[in-house]
Ligand binder design. Structure first.
Ligand SMILES: NC(=O)c1ccc[n+]([C@@H]2O[C@H](COP(=O)([O-])OP(=O)(O)OC[C@H]3O[C@@H](n4cnc5c(N)ncnc54)[C@H](OP(=O)(O)O)[C@@H]3O)[C@@H](O)[C@H]2O)c1
Length: 288
């Protein structure tokens, strides 16, 4: 039995749909079981094999002004869940982020690289990993998540490209998109592998789609495929611009490509290239 915490979020909904489609037994909760309050967690009496935390504070810019709530959700939340999982005999899987790194690297970040977050969101996500690690939980760090449910870069770009003649997108931040549908499938694979007694240790794993690109590259491909698959109904010019032209409250890492060799090796995975997954997602969108 799985417990998906944060089942109304982008990843939580994706995982719920996957488990529903595969006939996997799970329950899902969102804000009604507040992860910042341990006493609400312990009310869940069901015996769980896995507790998967997809909840968190994810508004990167707002976090700069909303430090206390962000810390409660991203540090106390996973700590409370990990304590609950430990005392109830469940395994825990938690989701973290590429924003635990500053972006000073020029080659992909490995799991063991020192973390050095530059914003409140990244700092709290980094600190939130500790409570999970000390109780032998599993953590998947991912990046640039998009999918069918909720607000994300792809959905925002599709809307803007259908409304405007031109869109400017930053060309000096490099990372890897991740299709939430692919991440949900990997969460399932990881938990199944552990349950089957596979050689997989608790700790941190990096998972993103293959490829390190800029937000501009991503937008240009969204436009190209969007036109090809008729998700976009009109022309739009995609212009590269510098981060300095679009300052945001929170500074983003200039480079946050994650090295995914550990999860590929451990789970014998082939990870889809970002363009393949984007096409898959836009094909789903084109049929709606
Ligand atoms: N999105 C990305 O690009 C990205 C990249 C890297 C890593 N991640 C990580 O991936 C995970 C999932 O991200 P996501 O984009 O799917 O997040 P999301 O869409 O923001 O979903 C988070 C969910 O948690 C809920 N929640 C808020 N406060 C809660 C509380 N006190 N108790 C229980 N649930 C609560 C939210 O409800 P409300 O919406 O009502 O607040 C929301 O349904 C997060 O850990 C995030 O840090 C995301």
């Amino acid at each position: 039995m799985y417990w998906i915490i944060g089942n109304q979020g982008m990843l939580g909904q994706e995982l719920s749909h996957l488990f529903g489609a595969e006939g996997i037994a799970y329950i899902g909760t969102d804000k009604e079981v507040d992860i910042t309050k341990p006493e609400t967690l312990v009310k869940q009496r069901q015996p769980f094999d896995w507790v998967i935390n997809c909840a968190g504070y994810t508004a990167v810019d707002n976090a700069e002004d909303d430090k206390a709530l962000c810390r409660k959700l991203n540090v106390d939340g996973p700590d409370n869940i990990a304590a609950f999982a430990q005392t109830s005999g469940a395994k825990m899987l938690h989701i973290s982020t590429d924003y635990v790194f500053s972006g000073a690297h020029t080659t992909p970040y490995r799991e063991e690289d020192p973390t050095d977050p530059i914003g409140v969101y990244g700092q709290t996500k980094r600190d939130g990993e500790q409570g999970v690690l000390k109780r032998n939980g599993f953590i998947i760090r991912t990046s640039w998540l998009y999918g069918q449910y909720g607000k994300n870069f792809v959905n925002t770009m599709l809307r803007l490209m259908n409304e405007r003649d031109s869109v400017s997108v930053v060309h000096d931040q490099r990372g890897s998109p991740t299709y939430a549908h692919d991440l949900a499938a990997v969460i399932h694979t990881l938990t199944k592998t552990v349950d089957a007694g596979g050689a997989i240790s608790p700790g941190i794993y990096h998972y993103t789609n293959e490829g390190g690109i800029t937000w501009y590259d991503f937008a240009a491909e969204i436009f190209r495929l969007g036109r090809e698959l008729r998700v976009l109904k009109r022309d739009c010019t995609i212009r590269p611009c510098a981060t300095s032209e679009y300052p945001t409250k929170a500074v983003r890492p200039a480079y946050s490509v994650l090295d995914t060799s550990k999860i590929k090796r451990t789970l014998a995975l082939t990870i889809p290239d970002w363009k393949i997954s984007l096409k898959q997602y836009l094909t789903v969108r084109s049929g709606q």
